[in-house]
Write a protein that binds this ligand. Sequence first.
Ligand code: NDP
Length: 481
Amino acid sequence: MTQSTSPFEYAPAPESTGIVDIRSSYGLFIDGEFVDGNGAAFKTINPATEETLAEVSEANAADVDAAVKAARRAHTRVWSKMSGQERAKYLYRIARIIQERGREIAVLESIDNGKPIRESRDVDVPTAAAYFFYYAGWADKLEYSGYGSTSLGVAGQIIPWNFPLLMLAWKIAPALACGNTVVLKPAETTPLTALLFAEICQQADLPPGVVNIITGAGETGQSLVEHPGIDKVAFTGSTGVGKSIARAIAGTEKRATLELGGKAANIVFEDAPIDQAIEGIVNGIFFNQGHVCCAGSRLLVQESINDEVLDRLKRRMSTLRLGDPLDKNTDIGAINSSAQLTRIRELSDIGESEGAGRWSPDCELPDRGFWFPPTVFTGVTQAHRIAREEIFGPVLSVLTFRTPAEAIAKANNTPYGLSAGVWTDKGSRILQMANELRAGVVWANTFNKFDPTSPFGGYKESGYGREGGRHGLAAYLKGGK
Ligand code: NDP
């Protein structure tokens, strides 16, 4: 299951699943209760084993309508009238319950998503709790935000499958802090932690209707976007769906924030601390199987150190352990779905047929489930599709540059503009690059760092609006844009 090239073998260290109680079927969470949906049901599976985990309701237009109406009632009668201080108490309570039930949530996330337990335990769950803590702190200080303190109303929120609970926290925490109520649709392949979050809302005694969770596929999302009763759409996902949402709400009063795709440049200068840069490159593209919108999927290396960086990178990639997501030794888990695996395979094959050099370490893939080995493409040029399109998998494209101006030109030569990384020992160069890179987030001598106090969002086809920090409040207050 794991790779054989490491000098010694690790004993398996699987996390127990005993702590998680998955029901055989789930209804929709509307008005504070789980109710049967009017539509069909669909299965959610464990992508590491292809076993069915549960049956989940597919919300149809009538269900969406019921959820939006419940959210509206809760907004008008309860939540918008409550003081910020009182709302904060609920958010703090939710944050603490996420911490208390952290192990259970992490195991469930890894089972439903395929991500390594180390990542769900050490990144997703603590960061989700941190967003609730952070925005709880804002709830009674909104008049100091610069955007007033008047909520928008009902927010329709649609999230992807790569960070299911964390994306839920990014969306729900600021919305609730600002006095809005929400209807949230998780992704079809990863509904289980959102449904567990519904239980957490019950446990926290959150007033009914403040949070509604409706499961389903794209059509459910579309019904939510088009429902006349919502005041705002918050979406994270593909650029294609983002554009269709922008078209659907054009001409209405609905506000929107769109967090879409990316093709980030991770730029390594010859004066960079190479060992740290190698770790940053690995973290940038192989964290979460590369299912990260801000992944450092384009490595730009200064030509003078290209050979050295590639040698060291390949050596490091040979030590990555792929396999059981619940094993604490695992670095690379399962690809989230068979559809995503097909997309990664197709784009990688295109990279090879267009002439780039493909390399993966010796890596035994499990027989069942969806897996893709960590892969690097060398000799990539700007014209290659693997340098332009978001692969959303553990696939790195390596390009070279000679001067800072060339690095900036290549980094910005993309329809996206979500994130970038710079590796150098010169502070002045970091500042110059940060000024000239057209990316919403620029990391210096690090990568993939997320903090609730820091705004996150993109330029160009990476979307608009910011989530996180004080800026994230603007999206949920009348005085924001
Ligand atoms: P989508 O954009 O299709 O999915 C994101 C969310 O939107 C899901 O909840 C999805 O539901 C929902 N949705 C789908 N269609 C509509 C619609 N017409 N109206 C409203 N909501 C809708 O992404 P995919 O999951 O299909 O992934 C495809 C590609 O998108 C990936 O290969 C990757 O490149 C990119 N992607 C980028 C992400 C990012 O964070 N930037 C996140 C995920 C994907 P459902 O899951 O049920 O279809």
